[in-house]
Design a protein around this ligand. Structure first.
Ligand SMILES: Nc1ncnc2c1ncn2[C@@H]1O[C@H](COP(=O)(O)OP(=O)(O)OP(=O)(O)O)[C@@H](O)[C@H]1O
Length: 250
């Protein structure tokens, strides 16, 4: 589904990634882990079109998407969530999801404010779609709350709802558990399973090792810009090189 081949990324004299290759299989949950500075964020930014790599390629469903911008990747079915949640704080929870849907609908947000009958019908349709994704992520009771007033954990669910509303084939999540308490992390694990069950492939960069080991089918370990290991959670946990990379960290 998603294939990363021989990615190298240099920033001036710093080599953030060196010849990294791996695949994200369709229908799987893939985790990307590694000690601080391993290159996870850089890799994520390359895959999601924020950086163009120094060399190497990214293929999405067989198509070379290496130089594609994030919007173009989204239209091909690849969406992402951010480590620092990016919401419209003055809009309601429902409106935050609807804004994303407007780009998919017939009328733009300005045209729809004219409130012609067909536009109102479309508005209703978008509202229903948006509500569906709030229900999916378990925050429909907060539909009318201003996004800026949401507790952090709910904000993360809203961001996930907004990404899912684009009906992606693959969702990339940047440290989804960062800042969540243990209860919220459990809910997140359930939600990620639910996303996968709905037929969407999931890839995530994550520091929470318990979560990664619990939910991932496959794990890619980066260390000092190189791929150190790739395998099932069990294989990774038993890999001596992985153990020493993590022990060496502190
Ligand atoms: N824009 C940049 N300019 C220069 N160096 C960078 C840039 N971005 C990342 N680096 C360097 O690349 C290396 C990998 O950084 P990256 O942020 O990708 O690691 P990470 O695994 O995401 O780390 P963390 O877990 O701490 O977020 C580091 O040595 C970092 O200093």
């Amino acid at each position: 589904m998603l294939e990363v081949q021989g990615i190298t990324q240099r920033f001036g004299g710093v080599t953030a990634l060196e010849d990294v290759s791996f695949r994200v299989s369709e229908g799987a949950i893939t985790g990307i882990i590694g000690p601080n500075g391993a290159g996870k964020t850089t890799l994520f930014n390359i895959v999601t079109g924020i950086y163009i790599p120094t060399s190497g390629m990214v293929h999405l469903q067989g198509k070379n998407v290496t130089r594609f911008a994030p919007e173009r990747l989204a239209s091909l079915g690849m969406v992402r969530t951010f480590q620092n949640i990016e919401l419209f704080s003055k809009m309601t929870v429902l409106e935050n999801v609807m804004v994303g849907l407007h780009t998919k609908g017939k009328s733009g947000i300005i045209a729809s404010s004219l409130r012609l009958p067909w536009q109102m019908a479309e508005e209703r349709r978008l509202r229903e779609r948006a509500l569906h994704w709030l229900e999916f992520t378990g925050i429909s009771d907060l539909a009318d709350t201003e996004a800026g007033n949401l507790p952090f954990g709910k904000g993360r669910l809203l961001e996930t709802a907004r990404a899912m509303a684009l009906e992606p084939k693959v969702i990339l999540m940047d440290e989804p558990a960062a800042g969540l308490n243990s209860r919220e992390t459990l809910d997140l694990a359930r939600l990620i399973h639910k996303i996968r069950e709905s037929g969407v492939t999931v890839a995530l960069v994550e520091h929470d090792m318990e979560l990664v080991m619990d939910i991932c089918d496959s794990i890619v370990v980066l260390n000092l810009g190189r791929k150190l290991a790739e395998g099932t959670p069990r294989e990774i946990q038993e890999n001596p090189e992985v153990i020493s990379a993590y022990l060496g960290e502190g």
